[in-house]
Design a protein around this ligand. Structure first.
Ligand SMILES: [Zn+2]
Ligand SMILES: [Zn+2]
Length: 148
């Protein structure tokens, strides 16, 4: 039985639990797409794949922002969940991946080594990949590794 992972937003209004954690050898994913840059307020998004059934909201009521489908790369609905009080991004729900969520790992201490980077084409020439070079993709690989 793997132990649960608990974390929350900056103001403490929202607490999340990943039941069973991310797994012994779980790796993080980094996305350099323009949307992820904007929503992260940073160079890239850093997230882990979590089975939807394993993510529980322990406390609080996260807000949700549904991206207009015309704005996202898959053309599928993408909903971004965040704390309405402090604005901390929490997790991303994409209809392109109906069984998993991409959960923001800063909530859980940024403790996972990056295993894959996608949309590297949007990175600046002064950025350096954090994942192994064979796992850095200019767009989205046809068969993304599960990473866990
Ligand atoms: Zn908050
Ligand atoms: Zn992205």
């Amino acid at each position: 039985m793997r132990s649960n992972l608990e974390g929350g937003c900056h103001c403490g209004a929202v607490r999340l639990c990943i039941v069973g954690g991310l797994g012994e050898n779980a790796k993080a994913g980094i996305c350099h797409c323009k949307d992820c840059q904007t929503f992260a307020g940073s160079l890239f998004a850093y997230a882990g794949k979590v089975d939807r059934a394993a993510l529980q909201v322990v406390q609080g009521q996260p807000k949700a922002y549904k991206q207009p489908t015309s704005t996202n790369l898959s053309g599928k609905q993408v909903t971004r969940h965040f704390c309405g009080d402090c604005g901390t991004p929490l997790w991303v729900e994409s209809d392109a991946t109906p069984t998993i969520y991409a959960v923001k790992l800063a909530l859980f201490g940024n403790a996972f080594e990056p295993g894959i980077e996608i949309f590297w084409k949007n990175a600046h020439e002064w950025e350096k990949p954090l994942a192994p070079s064979e796992m850095v993709f200019d767009t989205l690989p046809a068969m993304p590794p599960t990473g866990s």
